[in-house]
Design a protein around this ligand. Sequence first.
Ligand SMILES: [Zn+2]
Length: 354
Amino acid sequence: MMHTTLLPWHAPFFAQWHAQPNRAHAYLLVAPEDTGGEALLHHLAASVLCEHPTKTHEPCHQCAGCNMLAAYSHPDLRVIRPSMLDINHPIEELRPEKPSKLITIDDVRELANMVNQTSHRGGTRVVLVYPAHKLNLNAANALLKTLEEPPPHTLFILLAHDVKQLLPTIVSRCQRVNLPAPATHDAVDYLTAHYGANPNWAHYLIQENGAVQRVAELHDTAYFKLQDAFVNELAHGKHMDALKLAEQFDKHIKDADKSRLAGEPHIVSMSTVMTWLQRWLHDALLVAQHVAEPRYYAAHASALNKLTTHAPETFVTRAHAWQYALSQEQRSSEHPLNNRTWLEKLLLQYTQLF
Ligand SMILES: [Zn+2]
C-alpha cells in the first residue's frame, strides 16, 4: 500500500488537531466531495497508530504499527465505508461478495466485536467512517449506539459531504469540523506537482467546483470532452435534438459502467449528467438575470449570453422552478429505472424552457 499523505490544504487542520490538549472521542469532518477528505482521515489514523511518530506527528513508516497499516492488517483500525469502494481492493479476500453503495448494518455490527476487546497494540483504536451520509438508517442507529456509550481508548472520525443527510443525533455526538475546499491556486499547484503542467487545471477545477481529486482522476479520461460536448448541445436551447443527445449519453453511461467494473475511473453516470445540467442552468440563470458571470462554464459565456438573450420572458421563473424539480430528482438518480427514458424526459423539458 502507498503511504497515507497529508494534502497541503489540510496541513493547518492536522497540526491544530494534534495540538489539542484533550482529544474528543468522536469527530465529524465536513469537507466538500472529492477534496481529499478520505486521505485526511487515513492520515490522521496513521499518525495516531504510529508507535514512533515524528515531532510534527507524521507517521514514521518504520514501526510495527506503520507496517501493519501498510499491509492493511492493523488490528486497531476499522474502516467503515460502502463495500462498493472495495471492489478492486489490493487484497483479494477483502473484496466484497455483494458490493453495496451504502454502509449497511453488517459493516457496523463488526465494530462491536472490535471495541469490546482491548486494544491489540496497547494504544488507541481508530474507527474511520466515510462518507457518513452513506450510512443506511439501521447502520446509522447502530453507530449511534456505539457513539452514545463510547468504548475507552477509541477514536471515531467520520467524514461527510452533506451534514443534512446525517442523523442529527450522530452529528450532536461528534465534534464537528468544517474543512474548506482548497483554494484554486493550491489545487493547481498540487495537480501540477503530481500530474505535470496543464493549462486547463484552473478551468477544470472551477467546472468541478473545486473537487481536486475528481479532476486528478478524470483529467486524462474522456470526461471533460464529454462534458464539453454535452453543454455545447445545451447551448442550442430549443433547437437542441433532445432525443439524439439522450441516446448518445445513455450509451456513454453504459460504456462507463462497463469500464468501472474493469477498474477504470467511472467517468459518467446519470448523476454526473444531471450535475452538468444543473450547473449549466445555474449559469444560464446568472447570465439571464445579469447577476454575475457564469460560475462553472465561463468558457461558454458567449453561448450562455446568446441563449438567454433569445429566451422568452418567462424563462427565469420557469427555469427556477425546473431547477428545484431537478434537485429533487437528483436524489434518486443513482438508481433510475431506465436512463434513456429519463434523459429524454429531462432534456425535452429543458428545450421547453426556451
Ligand atoms: Zn510508525
